[in-house]
Design a protein around this ligand. Structure first.
Ligand SMILES: Cc1cc2nc3c(=O)[nH]c(=O)nc-3n(C[C@H](O)[C@H](O)[C@H](O)COP(=O)(O)O)c2cc1C
Length: 185
């Protein structure tokens, strides 16, 4: 699948079929995370792949979103901000940690999409409960819970905000490109 098609066809799926995904596709999806940009190349993330149904159930309960338990596999993305905080200070380190986790998570979603799998980025969860359930060290942050599988019934991606609502030129207020710009040749 070409990149644009992958980007445009990805959508959040909240109903999964009982068809079991190929394990290698799950591993390939996690592998894509490593190629995301990381501040100072400090990539301090772990991805816990859940296949134990009891664990998946408990994590779904901690998300208060039971659809998570319908997926055969769930990936829990966790990051350790300490190296980034050491290098960039508390505030920037925390921001970079969250931002690069987002980039890594998106890589996983897109790779899964390319491989014909569906996902949902779940950001609402009781972090402490997830940490206890999965034996995640205190210093780590849980970034996302990602159920991954085949969608139950085909659905279309949501309509997205039009390009003209998000793009600006040269400053925040300019909505139209100035094609009489003399700097351009
Ligand atoms: C940081 C973040 C947190 C999210 N948390 C949840 C969540 O807890 N539960 C859920 O069902 N979807 C969650 N989503 C998915 C969004 O609801 C979804 O991306 C949005 O509605 C756009 O739909 P789409 O993904 O199909 O394009 C989250 C997405 C992001 C980026």
């Amino acid at each position: 699948m070409d990149l644009d098609k992958v980007i445009r066809s990805r959508k959040s799926v909240r109903e999964f079929s009982r068809k079991k995904p190929d394990w290698r596709a799950i591993v390939d999806s996690v592998n894509a995370a490593r190629f995301a940009p990381a501040a100072g190349n400090n990539f301090e993330m772990k991805f816990i792949v859940l296949k134990n149904p009891d664990k998946i159930n408990n994590v779904a309960k901690s998300c208060h979103q039971l659809f998570v338990a319908e997926a055969y596999y769930v990936i829990v993305a966790v990051s350790d901000p300490s190296r980034l905080i050491n290098e960039f200070g508390e505030e920037a380190g925390q921001v970079y940690c969250r931002q690069q986790a987002g980039a890594a998570i998106q890589n996983i979603l897109l790779k899964a999409q390319e491989l014909g799998l569906s996902t949902c980025w779940v950001g609402l969860f009781e972090e402490h409960e997830v940490k206890v359930e999965l034996k995640i060290p205190d210093k780590m942050q849980v970034e996302a819970v990602i159920p991954i599988g085949y969608e139950m019934k085909k659905s279309k991606p949501k309509n997205k905000i039009p390009l003209e609502n998000v793009i600006r030129f040269d400053d925040f207020k300019t909505k139209k490109i100035n094609d009489t710009n003399k700097n351009e040749s």
